[in-house]
Write a protein that binds this ligand. Structure first.
Ligand code: TYM
Length: 331
């Protein structure tokens, strides 16, 4: 029977943080046993915002190591470096010809990046969601484990799939997001989401216990005298959210009761939270170390998997070229 294909990617911007881990990687881990999965480090996307050419290769490798450390199993899923499979670029060009520029200009993610880097508004940035659609559709991905922030991009991918199908015949499935419990991880600053581009907002999956403790110590809290309902925003909300996801329901409940009874001690809560976060991350860090010390093992996986990915990708490109009416010469 045909197994559903799963595709997801993370930009090559260096170490993964808890948001990436809980929002995306946990979903990948859940799906790799049952589905045909391709998980990518999207380096072509990483160069659409300011970056250092001297550290791109390292940043790409770092995400691969974090993936392998977290338990993506090279026997079960394909691990891809996006630029090793240039068919992504080819398909994105074909797809760009059927999608309106005005829709891309309206996307909130594009507007945010434009505001963040007003001197770096390039064609690639506008084109970003088309390339992302091509990533998924190249493999005919049906499920996409990503955080909730990626929903507007997935909507573009679905629109492109529908448009292509209606113009050239049924070709692509409409990809759906696979949501994890941690689909939105708030920032340690108490404002917005945990994000690589906001200093002080994140915990990396490779942080040691002391670093985690230091980062949590800075999370802003109230005086502990408020009681009532747990706040929905701010540093205290972040602490409770992380406690729920990493400490479990029971521990979370204990602190909720303390909060309601106005006897919460944030120093204790932060200490316990540091411990549970570190407990979750320690096995990842140990496994990661093995791959870090054996780069040839990683290179072999990447080489082998790039070939397998390309085999699938070439079939899609062939089909797309035929359907769009390009000249095809049989060998
Ligand atoms: P990126 O690199 O920004 O983020 C990678 C993944 O981490 C998730 N994420 C979060 N989840 C919950 N809470 C947070 N605070 C948080 N921060 C990040 C993101 O939702 C994402 O799943 N456009 C994508 C990369 C991409 C892609 C693709 C994804 C390119 N092509 C094809 C899936 C399929 C991005 O920028 O992710």
């Amino acid at each position: 029977m045909h197994k559903k294909r799963v595709y997801s990617g993370i930009r090559a911007t260096g170490r993964l943080h808890l948001g990436n881990y809980l929002g995306a990687v946990k979903g990948m881990l859940q799906l790799q046993d049952e589905y045909d999965c391709v998980f990518s480090v999207v380096d072509l996307h990483a160069v659409t915002t300011p970056y250092e050419s001297t550290s791109l290769a390292d940043a790409t490798r770092t995400v691969i190591l974090d993936y392998l450390g977290a338990g993506l199993d090279p026997e079960k899923c394909l691990i891809e470096v996006q630029s090793f499979v240039p068919e992504h670029i080819e398909l994105s060009y074909y797809l760009s010809t059927i999608y309106p520029v005005s829709r891309l200009e309206d996307l909130p993610t594009y507007k945010d990046k434009k505001a963040q880097h007003p001197k770096y508004v390039n064609m690639g940035l506008l084109y970003y969601p088309v390339l992302m659609a091509a990533d998924i559709l190249l493999y005919k991905g049906e499920r996409v484990p990503v955080g909730i922030d990626q929903e507007p991009h997935l909507e573009v991918a679905r629109e492109i799939a529908r448009k292509f199908n209606s113009m050239f015949g049924e070709t692509f499935p409409e990809p759906k997001r696979f949501a994890t419990e941690g689909e939105y991880i708030p920032s340690l600053t108490g404002e917005g989401k945990m994000s690589k581009s906001v200093e002080g907002s994140f915990i990396n999956v490779t942080d040691d216990l002391e670093t985690i403790q230091q980062k949590l110590a800075k999370v802003p809290t109230d005086s502990g005298q408020l009681g009532g309902q747990i706040p929905q925003e701010g540093g205290v909300a972040t602490l409770f959210s992380l406690m729920y996801l990493l400490g479990g329901k029971e521990l979370h409940h204990k602190y909720v009761l303390d909060y309601k009874d106005k006897k919460i001690r944030y120093a204790d809560m932060k200490k316990e939270l540091s411990d549970v976060i570190y407990q979750e991350l320690r096995p990842l860090q140990e496994k990661r170390k093995y791959y870090e010390e054996n780069p040839h093992v990683v290179d072999n996986i990447l080489r082998e998997h790039a070939n397998k990915c390309q085999e699938i990708a070439r079939q899609t490109i062939k089909e797309v070229r035929e359907k769009m009416g390009f000249l095809v010469i049989n060998n």
